[in-house]
Design a protein around this ligand. Structure first.
Ligand code: SF4
Ligand code: FES
Length: 251
């Protein structure tokens, strides 16, 4: 396969970036999208040119770092997969492919296709955890009976890998699907109820401080999410937030 790549190149966070054209040849349809970029980088290095910087780690859909906007779609044209799971068989010989970083005010570009998503880390640090007693008397988690539907919903919410596709896709750069998933993952389980009020207030507050936009119920985030995180999680977070707000005002 021969391809025409149009890639966002940007030297550093301060530099003005732009699209640069590259041709690649001998691309197998069995290659992953990232392997195709590896071929391009090998070619660039051979020609003493700067390789394209892009994020990746696990290359198996787990870590959430391989976040690219491909032909205007987060993680490319396929559904329910990350960029590293996208295969070149989804493209045709001679295709022109635009490759850009995830764009949002809260995800500034560091270099080329790499963005800084530490805003997600700070939201997690604001409440995305449970405090446990480590004195030696910790109760076995399996000893607490949990309704099957709640356990399933909590598990589904916990599959969010923090990739940021929801933000990049949303016209408002809203992080509500991500935060909704993180809040839901704990609010549905007895272990998460102890800190539930503080958690939702702090995480939503941090989300606002980071400069993410508001949700206007477009639903693009759910469509582009590689893990199929449901909009129900946003609704659950909103209910948790309202409850926590009222309760904190009455204290
Ligand atoms: S909700 Fe989906 S799109 Fe958003 S960060 Fe989590 S896995 Fe990625
Ligand atoms: S590299 Fe880890 S999800 Fe793609």
């Amino acid at each position: 396969m021969k391809l025409k790549l149009k890639i966002w190149r940007q030297k550093n966070a301060e530099a003005k970036g732009g699209i640069v054209d590259y041709d690649v040849d001998n691309i197998s349809e069995d290659m992953s999208f990232l392997e195709m970029l590896d071929v391009l980088n090998a070619q660039l290095i051979k020609n003493n040119e700067e390789p394209v910087a892009f994020d990746h780690d696990c290359r198996e859909g787990i870590c959430g770092s391989c976040s690219l906007f491909i032909n205007g779609q987060a993680h490319g044209p396929d559904r329910l997969i990350t960029t590293c799971q996208l295969h070149m068989r989804k493209f045709n010989d001679g295709d022109e492919i635009y490759i850009e970083p995830f764009r949002a005010k809260a995800f500034p570009v560091i270099k080329d296709l790499v963005v800084d998503r530490s805003s997600f880390d700070r939201i997690q640090q604001a409440g995305g955890y449970v405090s446990i007693n480590t004195s030696g008397n910790t109760q076995d988690a399996n000893a607490i009976p949990i309704n099957k539907d709640d356990a399933d919903d909590a598990f589904d919410a916990a599959t969010c890998i923090g990739c940021g596709a929801c933000v990049a896709t949303c016209k408002n750069s809203s992080a509500m699907l991500f935060v909704g998933a993180k809040v839901s993952q704990y609010s549905l389980l007895p272990q998460g109820k102890v800190e539930a009020e503080r958690r939702v207030l702090n995480m939503v507050n941090q989300m606002d401080l980071e400069g993410f936009g508001n949700c206007s119920n477009t639903g693009a985030c759910e469509v582009e999410c590689p893990k199929g995180i449901s909009l129900d999680n946003i609704a659950r977070m909103n209910r948790e937030f309202i409850k926590a707000n009222i309760s904190s005002k009455n204290k």
